[in-house]
Design a protein around this ligand. Structure first.
Ligand code: GAL
Ligand code: CA
Length: 335
């Protein structure tokens, strides 16, 4: 598209020189030495830790004899102000492209301002800015996944298991459930919960919500919430829908601590397919998860980052909507 429009330098300088414009103190042309600034919201996040490691490997594959690529990684410890400062430092350090996992997805404008002033492409990932913000600077992109799809798949897995296993422990014809929610305001929390519940109900299963608890994608917080819930609802919970695997594993931790066994604790479903999540699935500790394709997302980010800096291959990248790429999820069961 219009990916290399008005940059205000004579066209004769060529793409390499153009893209080097405004990249702090970098002396080499950007296309020969690409510095990729990567920032994610919090170091404790399992899924993003793994995604950014995959990204590091993918970027290395774009190195050639004449082109070096370095990735500079920062984590923002849950503070948008910290992240804004980190982005400013990465720009100072000569980054040619920014890959940003926002702390607060409603507050990308400072970062967009800084990047657009320096004509730097930004690839937001995993925490999606709203459409109006995406349009503030034309070299703004997003790579993520469709939250609704993950909820639907989790719901399908849960419905199938409920219908095949004796999930209705108290035989009242209703499945008593709780939700472990990711984070207030996160697209993957709200939408996953809604669509998971809706999908189960569409299969003709009657649900009763006992509680939903925010556990910030975090295993220890989820464990804590589930211990409290069991103190309140002793043995009544038949199903736990967790917005991610870490929280599903936190539920398992709680039941192990309370001396339940796999057969007596509720059905538990997660999302992500992290290494620990897959291991728990294999051991029968959780009942299903939906693979959040971190390899696919990392590959798309790497490709877009290199194309956005060099201008090469941009035409071949297809977007699902405006400048956004959504990588499909897929279901994983023990089988
Ligand atoms: C979700 C993922 C969670 C967490 C969150 C962070 O897509 O399922 O585990 O990483 O992103 O934004
Ligand atoms: Ca029941």
């Amino acid at each position: 598209m219009k990916s290399i429009r008005t940059i205000g330098v004579p066209a004769a300088l060529g793409i390499a020189a153009l893209t080097a414009a405004g990249c702090g103190d970098s002396s080499e042309p950007a296309a020969d030495n690409i510095r990729v600034g990567v920032v994610y919201y919090d170091q404790s996040d399992t899924f993003l830790g793994a995604l950014t490691e995959a990204l590091r490997e993918d970027l290395a594959e774009y190195k050639t004899e004449s082109r070096n690529i370095t990735m500079m990684l920062r984590t923002s410890e849950g503070s948008q102000d910290t992240q804004n400062e980190q982005v400013s430092e990465l720009i100072e350090a000569g980054c040619n492209v920014l890959c940003i996992n926002l702390v607060d997805r409603s507050l990308p404008s400072d970062i967009i301002d800084m990047a657009s002033q320096e004509e730097l492409p930004i690839i937001f990932f995993n925490r999606e800015p709203v459409a109006e913000d995406m349009e503030l600077w034309e070299k703004t992109y997003y790579v993520g996944a469709d939250a609704r799809q993950s909820g639907q798949m989790q719901g399908e897995l849960a419905a199938e298991t409920i219908l095949n296993k004796d999930a209705d422990r108290n035989h009242d014809g209703v499945i008593q459930y709780v939700v472990l929610e990711g984070e207030a305001g996160h697209q993957d929390a709200i939408v996953r919960t809604e669509s998971s519940v809706e999908t189960i109900e569409n299969e003709g299963i009657v649900l009763e919500k006992l509680s939903y608890q925010m556990a910030n994608w975090n295993r220890a917080q989820a464990q804590n919430r589930v211990e409290q819930l069991e103190a309140q609802f002793t043995g009544k919970i038949e199903l736990i829908l967790a917005n991610n695997d870490d929280m599903a594993l936190g539920a398992v931790d709680a039941y192990e601590k309370l001396n339940y066994t796999e057969n007596t604790w509720p059905l538990i479903f997660g999302v992500d397919g992290t290494d620990a999540g897959l291991a728990a699935l294999q051991e029968g500790k959780i009942d299903g998860t939906v693979y959040n394709d971190k390899e696919g997302q990392a590959a798309a980010i790497a490709r877009l980052a290199v194309a956005a800096v060099t201008g090469e291959g941009m035409d071949e990248i297809s977007f699902d909507q405006y400048h956004s790429i959504y990588i499909p999820y897929f279901k994983i069961t023990e089988e």
